[in-house]
Each structure stands twice: as structure tokens, then as C-alpha cells.
Design a protein around this ligand. Structure first.
Ligand SMILES: C[C@H](O)[C@H](O)[C@H]1CNC2=NC(N)=NC(=O)C2=N1
Length: 117
């Protein structure tokens, strides 16, 4: 019997439309979820998660950005994307409709990990 905690397997899931009306995920729960997404960190307020990607060059950074944009359109869940210093990409996820984290943020985080790997 596998005694480890059941994996949520975020990357096999899809975002669901969100226009509000659901609870924000509590910071403690978000921390548990992030144990499955080690590239991502929770902000101090527990309202967003982010990942930094130091790509080798500007073109690679833009390619990643475009891949994430396509994914966001398919999933209809959209990150904030910051491309600075010509090759540093910072991806920030929160669910604007609820002013904090929803499961959509963890689903798309896992899918972003796949498209930039
Ligand atoms: C219906 C659809 O799910 C919503 O309009 C989406 C679009 N993309 C979104 N992206 C993010 N990050 N937060 C939202 O609340 C959000 N709302």
C-alpha cells in the first residue's frame, strides 16, 4: 500500500469557469498543494502563487510566454506575465474573480510546468 499522501495530479485536470461564488483556498491548504508543485511559491498574503523562470535568452523567454498565453486561452484562466531583464520570466497566478487562490491556479501552474519544461 502506498502510504504517501494522495496526489492531486493537477496536470491531468482542467480549469473550470469561475465568475466568483466560491471560497478562496486557505494558505495552509495552498501550502499542501504546493508540495506537489515545487517550482511555485506562495506569497506572504496567501493570495497568489508565482514561479520565476530564468531562460537563457530573450527569444526563449518570448517562446515560453507565447506557449503560456496559448495555454491560458485554452484553459480560460490567465496569469500575470512579467518579462524583465530580457530573459527573466515571472509568472503570477491568482483568481481575480475571488481575490485569491482557486484550484484553477494550481491546475494551470502544473500545466505551465509542462509547457516550459
Ligand atoms: C469565465 C472565466 O472562467 C472567467 O472570466 C475567467 C477568465 N480568466 C481568469 N483568469 C484569472 N486569473 N482569474 C479569473 O478570475 C479569471 N476569470
Amino acid at each position: 500500500m502506498n502510504e504517501s499522501k494522495t496526489s492531486t495530479d493537477w496536470s491531468s485536470r482542467h480549469c473550470v469557469p469561475c465568475e466568483g461564488g466560491i471560497d478562496r483556498i486557505a494558505a495552509e491548504t495552498a501550502k499542501q498543494y504546493l508540495s506537489e508543485l515545487p517550482n511555485w511559491s506562495l506569497d506572504e498574503e496567501g493570495k497568489q502563487i508565482s514561479r520565476k523562470l530564468n531562460t537563457g535568452d530573450f527569444q526563449t523567454a518570448v517562446r515560453h510566454l507565447n506557449a503560456i498565453t496559448e495555454l491560458a486561452e485554452v484553459e480560460q484562466h490567465h496569469p500575470d506575465l512579467h518579462l524583465t531583464g530580457y530573459r527573466h520570466l515571472r509568472i503570477v497566478l491568482t483568481t481575480h474573480a475571488i481575490g485569491g487562490l482557486s484550484e484553477n491556479d494550481f491546475v494551470i501552474a502544473a500545466r505551465i510546468d509542462q509547457v516550459v519544461s
